[in-house]
Design a protein around this ligand. Structure first.
Ligand code: NAP
Length: 314
């Protein structure tokens, strides 16, 4: 007998159709429908929702949901906007996503290590000036987070000989990577870091964690890369520290409000590289296979995939 899953997103209708086609191919035993295609009576029996950033109120029509599969790795929006705490929230954990984030970590670390922002400015001024390269093993990379994406990023950076450290809620044992935890651990790591990479989820605890106090502990000339969520950084503090030349450059892939407003001063700041949230986009082909495997396992054995700790926020 076929079972029904609801798909809820705020995606552009073309992209939504592509997701539906791929999901239906991988899950032929399921009927996957949009919310408006499901009657009120039928809605009361649906146990799984597959979602891409839906407004949580749209989930209220489905009172018997057991679990929700997010197509994204970051789920703070669902948590913060009042998701029903009885429902298990499963975020996307996909080895391809980890690889893509690891590539981004390497790409933007190399961009900073090899002085690319400076060479772009020099070219604009027709200036021929060779800057001394710093070798990878002279650079301390501090990674905030030691989770799925950060571990993949750190392992890739290690292969290129960077000195890598991480900071997480709980201390870790990772080959060749120094692990820090706790607020004093954060201060110790940050004070020795040349390039700080943020991969912390946005939670009540990490909101504006990178404020004036924390960022000013970075050594003079340090650089910052933000891949996780804009609101982990206090942007005003960052701007002040770039302006005073305490920090030399920031690569920002994520912002407190996205898309970044056309009037934002960040666009024109020569010490900021603005990226449109592209460090690790979900790969539809690999993601649907993972989602399908989760659904099939649940239908067969009633085993819910690993889910987010809503109280902790990630
Ligand atoms: P994850 O596996 O849940 O790992 C989160 C890490 O952060 C864990 O190591 C955790 O510590 C640590 N952490 C959380 N709160 C902390 C706190 N208050 N203090 C210290 N450490 C804390 O997450 P992930 O899969 O690596 O993803 C990280 C984030 O990347 C997502 O939340 C999302 O925002 C972002 N993301 C961005 C993109 C993009 O394209 N820009 C794409 C995908 C994801 P413990 O290990 O001790 O629990």
């Amino acid at each position: 007998m076929q079972t029904t899953i609801v798909f809820i997103s705020e995606l552009d209708s073309n992209i939504q159709s592509q997701w539906l086609t791929l999901l239906r191919q991988q899950l032929p035993d399921e009927v996957i429908l949009l919310s408006h295609q499901i009657s009120d009576t039928q809605a009361k029996s649906i146990d799984i929702a597959i979602v891409a950033n839906p407004a949580p109120k749209t989930l209220a029509r489905f009172p018997k949901l057991i679990w929700i599969q997010s197509l994204w790795a970051g789920v703070e929006k669902l948590i913060n906007e009042g998701l029903n705490k009885q429902v298990k929230l499963v975020r996307l954990v996909d080895p391809q996503l980890s690889k893509t984030m690891a590539e981004a970590a390497l790409a933007w670390t190399l961009y900073l290590q090899r002085n690319m922002p400076e060479y772009a400015k020099q070219q604009a001024n027709r200036q021929w000036k060779q800057l001394l390269p710093i070798t990878a093993n002279e650079l301390s990379i501090g990674v905030l987070g030691a989770g799925t994406l950060s571990i993949a990023a750190m392992q890739t950076l290690k292969k290129f000989d960077y000195q890598v450290s991480c900071w997480s809620r709980t201390a870790k044992q990772l080959d060749g990577i120094k692990s820090y935890s706790g607020l004093t651990g954060l201060q110790s790591m940050v004070s020795k870091t040349n390039i700080l990479i943020n991969l912390l989820p946005l939670t009540d605890e990490t909101y504006h964690l990178l404020d004036m106090n924390t960022l000013s502990q970075l050594p003079i000339g340090a650089k910052l890369i933000n891949f996780s969520r804009g609101a982990v950084i206090d942007t005003q503090a960052l701007l002040q520290l770039l302006d005073s030349e305490h920090l030399s450059h920031a690569v920002l892939d994520v912002f407190e409000h996205e898309p970044l407003a056309i009037t934002s001063p960040l666009w024109d700041n020569p010490k900021i590289t603005v990226l449109p949230h592209i460090s690790a986009p979900t790969n539809r082909v690999t993601a649907v296979k993972i989602v399908a495997a989760n659904v099939i396992e649940y239908r067969k054995n009633q085993i819910t995939p690993d889910f987010v700790n809503i109280e902790r926020g990630y």
